[in-house]
Write a protein that binds this ligand. Structure first.
Ligand SMILES: NC(=O)c1ccc[n+]([C@@H]2O[C@H](COP(=O)([O-])OP(=O)(O)OC[C@H]3O[C@@H](n4cnc5c(N)ncnc54)[C@H](OP(=O)(O)O)[C@@H]3O)[C@@H](O)[C@H]2O)c1
Length: 256
């Protein structure tokens, strides 16, 4: 196939980095974005050394002007085929009664408005490709609620709403919309960020769970969905570890 381009947001760690690696291996030219430039530069160098095409663009998805500048910097003769809206995360586990509105706002900014900004900015390039794919990395928190999920649950429901609405609105255009909703994934930073660096609390999330999903498991799922023939739209993929039958139902080994 001729070279196809994929943009991955939040490519500096976890699922985003793994997805960028996986798409590069699948033959995509990958554009890596995240706020931490050193990390995406290092990943771009790693992928380039392995014979892939990869470029790093430092980008905060909550900054609309920066997102527009990123879109404007792209070569108009090199269309974008895939956008993976992965940047996101959770802050805190407070109940609704006491949740900090600043946390809720920050989660809405990155998980909802971040998806909106980058999708709006790249939609012309995705449409021009004649075969575009928008991926929204939501979460099972976007499909059901749990105590303490609070602002993250609300924000991921927002991301889910973007995916379902956009799919309706683009019906007839050459762009499909795929939502991937993972359950428990043990990544380097997700829980650490949620618990503001408290390693003990972060580790407790996975205590006794024999095999939470890995970033690579989710990347594999994204890559599979994206590499289906263009007329096939995988609307929504829910992917959980076997030990997690529902948000609330997690099997933990006794004594852990
Ligand atoms: N881990 C899980 O259990 C799980 C489950 C379901 C869904 N998810 C979702 O999957 C996605 C990836 O999660 P992960 O587990 O890989 O988490 P992670 O390791 O914490 O990665 C989050 C990524 O988002 C980027 N990011 C955060 N804020 C950003 C901003 N304002 N602008 C640009 N990039 C930003 C971070 O990069 P910088 O800090 O360098 O900007 C980082 O690369 C998130 O949307 C998360 O909500 C995770």
């Amino acid at each position: 196939m001729s070279t196809r381009t994929a943009v991955v947001t939040g490519a500096s760690s976890g699922i985003g980095a793994a997805t960028a690696r996986r798409l590069a291996e699948a033959g995509y030219r990958v554009l890596l974005t995240a706020r931490r430039e050193d990390r995406i530069e290092a990943l771009a160098a790693e992928l380039t050394a392995a014979g892939h095409e990869a470029l790093a663009y430092p980008l905060d998805v909550t900054d609309r002007e920066a997102v527009d500048a990123f879109a404007a910097s792209l070569d108009p003769h090199s269309p974008v085929h895939v956008l993976v809206n992965n940047a996101g995360g959770a802050l805190g586990t407070d109940p609704v009664a006491t949740g900090d509105p600043a946390d809720w706002r920050a989660m809405y900014e990155v998980n909802v408005l971040g998806v909106l900004h980058v999708t709006q900015a790249l939609l012309p390039a995705l449409t021009a490709s004649g075969d575009g794919t928008v991926v929204v990395l939501s979460s099972t928190a976007g499909l059901g609620t749990y105590e303490g999920g609070g602002g993250y649950v609300a924000a991921k429901h927002g991301a889910h709403a973007i995916a379902t609405t956009l799919r309706l609105e683009l019906c007839g255009d050459p762009v499909r919309v795929i939502e991937v909703a993972p359950g428990m994934v043990r990544t380097e930073e997700f829980s650490l960020t949620r618990f503001r660096g408290d390693e003990e609390k972060a580790a407790a999330v996975y205590a006794g769970v024999a095999e939470p999903l890995t970033a690579e498991d989710v990347a594999d799922t994204v890559a599979w969905a994206v590499t289906r023939p263009p007329h096939v739209n995988i609307d929504l993929l829910v992917v959980r570890p076997r030990a997690q039958a529902a948000n609330h139902k997690v099997h933990r080994e006794p004594g852990a």
